[in-house]
Write a new protein. Sequence first.
Length: 341
Amino acid sequence: MDITILGIESSCDDTSAAVIRNTTLLSNVIASQAVHMKYGGVIPELASRAHQQNIVPVVDTALKEAGVAPDELDAIAFTRGPGLLGSLLVGVSFAKGLALAHDIPMVEVNHLQGHILSHFLDLPDRTLPHPDFPFLCLLVSGGHTQIVRVDSPLEMEIVGTTIDDAAGEAFDKCAKVMGLGYPGGPVIDRLAREGDPEAFRFAHPHVDGFDFSFSGLKTSFLYTLRDAVADDPNFIDRHKADLCASLQHTIVEILLKQLVRAAKEYDIRDIAVAGGVSANSGLRNGVAEEGRRRGWRTFVPEFRFTTDNAAMIAVAGYYHYLHGDFSSLDVSPVARIEELM
C-alpha cells in the first residue's frame, strides 16, 4: 500500500513543505528569507514572523503541485528540533492544526536525521543512488559537524562531533571578517575556484578520536588578517581569492582527515555527506577523490537536498511511520539536539 506523507520544515530561516509517496518526491517547495542578509546572520524574531507569513502558502503550493488533498495524507511529518525555537514553533503548531482538522497522524523528525535520510529520496522519473547499511555520514552544516554511523533508517550513532564550532560557522564567520556578506559559505566557494589553496597556512587542530574543532582555525585566520592588514590595508582585497581557497582547503582537510580515520576504524566503505556545507564544491570534490583513492562508494545529495528542505523531513517521517512512531498533540519543539536524545 502506498503511503503519502506531507513534510514540514521550519527549523531556521527556510519555510518548506514537501509531499512524498513512499520515498518518491512529488513536490518540494521552499520559501527563503532574504531579510537576514543585511544583518549578517539569522535574526530569530524575524525568522519566526516570516515563517508565519509563509507556512500557509508554502504548504498549499506543495499539496497542489503534488496533486494531493489533505484528506489523502497518511501522516504529517514535522521538524521537532534542533533549531530556533520560535521558528520550530510555527511548523509544529501548523502541523498540529492540520492534523487535528483532518484527523491525520503526526510524526516528529529530528532535523539532523532528516539530512542523513535525504539520501533515500527518489524522483518520479528515476531512482537515485542510495548507500547500503551500515554507512558513515559526514553531516556538515552551519550549526553541526558530525560523523554518524548509520545502521538502519532509525538506528544511528554519532561517533564524532565538533567540540566547539561547526564547519559552516567557520565559513560564515571568516567570510564576515573579509566583508563578504552573509551567507558567506557560497561566496567563499565561488572565490576559492580562482585562488591558490596553498597560498596561506592556517591552524590545524589536534583532536582525539573522530571529533572536530574549528575555533583555533578561526582564530588563526583572524590573526593572519590582522597582522597582514596592519602592514597593507588593501591586503584582503588583493588576496581575497587565495584567502578563500586556503581557508576552504584547510576546512576540507580537517573534515576528510577525521572521516578517513572513522572509515578505517569501522571498516565501512559506503560514505555519505549531508547538510548545507555538502553543497561546497571543495568538499564534494574532496570526498569524491578520497573515494577513488580508498575504494569507497560515495554519496553526495543533489544541491536542492543539501540545504534545509521538507523532502528530507518527509522521507524521515516515512520510516518513522513504518515503525509506528507517532506523536501526540501535546508535543512541543526543542531547540537543542541533547533534548531529542
